[in-house]
Write a protein that binds this ligand. Structure first.
Ligand code: KG4
Ligand code: ZN
Length: 430
């Protein structure tokens, strides 16, 4: 089965071809430069760029794969959530192509496609616990199948990627800034006390990153030298200062500021990664039972009240995962913060993380530690497949079509903020 995937939900026009689950070609045009001028995505410009490029990119992906449009069996298109005008460009193109060639049309949930991309390099194990961290979303899902994913928690305000981008903007770094903050952080030292772990002293699985963004903004405001250092990094003068200062005995103030910038970025990365890990660990505790050393929410609140620094004890704990029979014993702890597994559901067999922020090296490390302690596999797309791409849509479309799921031409685009309906039609053979 040859499946073409089309992704136009935000600022990347991306198409890919997958044959029976194997990627055979992909193309992508990023609009980052267009939007960088404005410090964020301008929806009208985004749809115009998609419209300008989509035809040529489709020709190119077919050429690279050595196939023609008539060879396509399934046209998969990201139907949302995203910018409505941008989605409509991809959707109109996909419908026209399906109509002209007789291929099946499959509307793909962009967020599900991100998570399913973790199954490209390794086999997905269901049920899985999925953390989707992108520029617009921070969601925790229980993943039952490529089609069925139930939302367990979500951000109440800014998404993790949005927090990265806004802090980068305050520093004057180029949009989107997540990757730069990650890279700068790698040259600095983490101060765990510099930033809070926001919205963790509660008993839910939701996130709130706006306080962390504000805390970082206050640090930047109080230290204007950080903005100067960011400018020096952007223009490359920090690197030349580094070289020219090699023999100097006097410390160069630019270098001192760049090193403070790197420390701040390291601490910010660490705070985001730790917050994501805490909530994913809590979600895992609810599904499979607590890991040894995980503080209950009640313990967290108590320790916070007493003024103690709340540090999770899990780091050094045994890597043994809780077994199913333990669930009965754990049920006896009901009321101690909600970390009681639902004994009617099968325990999760894997952790999954995807979306642009899952490319972050701190997030990958923190979740790797969690997976090791839980004794579960952690499935992560490669960093290039964490951010928006056409391969994830083609791959998800191929999986859905293999289950006999498709859409007719009434398929609707769903903008951000509205939930995506499960409105597939079944067909018997493909
Ligand atoms: O998934 P994605 O490409 O687009 C959406 O669907 O939103 O995610 C984009 C987001 C941006 O906020 C970007 O700054 C962030 O992912 N991002 C990163 C990294 N790479 C991309 N954030 C932190 N560290 C990274 N290495
Ligand atoms: Zn995305």
């Amino acid at each position: 089965m040859l499946c073409l995937g089309i992704e136009t939900s935000c600022d990347e026009t991306a198409l890919a071809l997958v044959r029976d689950g194997v990627v055979i070609a992909d193309v992508m045009s990023s609009q980052a430069d267009v939007h960088a001028l404005f410090g964020g995505v301008v929806p009208e410009l985004a749809s115009r760029e998609h419209y300008r490029l989509i035809g040529a990119l489709c020709d190119e992906v077919l050429r690279r794969a050595g196939v023609t449009a008539a060879d396509i069996d399934v046209v998969a298109v990201a139907r949302g959530p995203g910018l409505l005008g941008s989605l409509l460009v991809g959707m109109g193109f996909a419908k026209g192509l399906a109509l002209a060639t007789g291929a099946r049309l499959v509307g793909v949930n962009h967020l599900h496609a991100h998570l399913l991309a973790a199954g490209i390099a390794a086999e997905m194990a269901y049920p899985a616990l999925g953390l989707l961290v992108s520029g617009g979303h921070t969601h925790i899902y229980r993943m039952e199948s490529p089609r069925r994913m139930s939302l367990l928690g979500r951000t109440l305000d800014d998404a993790a990627g949005e927090a990265f981008d806004k802090v980068a903007k305050q520093l004057g770094l180029a949009y989107p800034g997540g990757r730069t903050i990650d890279e700068l952080g790698r040259k600095g030292r983490v101060n765990p006390a510099m930033f809070p772990r926001p919205y963790v002293d509660n008993d839910n699985l939701d996130f709130s990153f706006s306080g962390l963004k504000t805390a970082a903004g206050l640090v930047v405001q109080a230290n204007p030298a950080l903005i100067e250092a960011a400018r020096a990094v952007m223009t490359g003068s920090a690197l030349s200062a580094d070289a020219s200062n090699a023999d100097d005995t006097e410390p160069d103030s630019t270098l001192t500021d760049v090193s403070s910038l790197c420390d701040m970025c390291a601490s910010f990365n660490h705070a985001v990664a730790d917050t994501l890990r805490i909530k994913l660990e809590r979600a895992l505790a609810r599904e499979n039972g607590p890991l040894p050393g995980t503080p209950t929410v009640a313990a967290r609140k108590k320790r916070k009240k007493s003024g103690a620094v709340v540090v999770d004890a899990g780091q050094a704990a045994s890597p043994c995962p809780p077994t199913v029979p333990e669930h009965a014993a754990l049920a006896a702890h009901a009321g101690q913060g909600g970390e009681v597994p639902d004994t009617h559901r099968a325990p999760v067999r894997a952790l999954v993380a995807a979306g642009g922020v899952a490319a972050n090296s701190y997030v990958r490390e923190a979740l790797g530690d969690l997976a090791m302690r839980a004794g579960l596999p952690l499935l992560l797309p490669t960093p290039a497949l964490c951010t928006d791409n056409g391969i994830m849509v083609a791959h998800a479309g191929w999986q859905l079509a293999s289950l006999g799921l498709w859409h007719d031409l009434a398929l609707e685009a769903i903008p951000r903020g509205r939930s995506i309906p499960d409105d597939f039609t079944m067909f018997r053979s493909v």
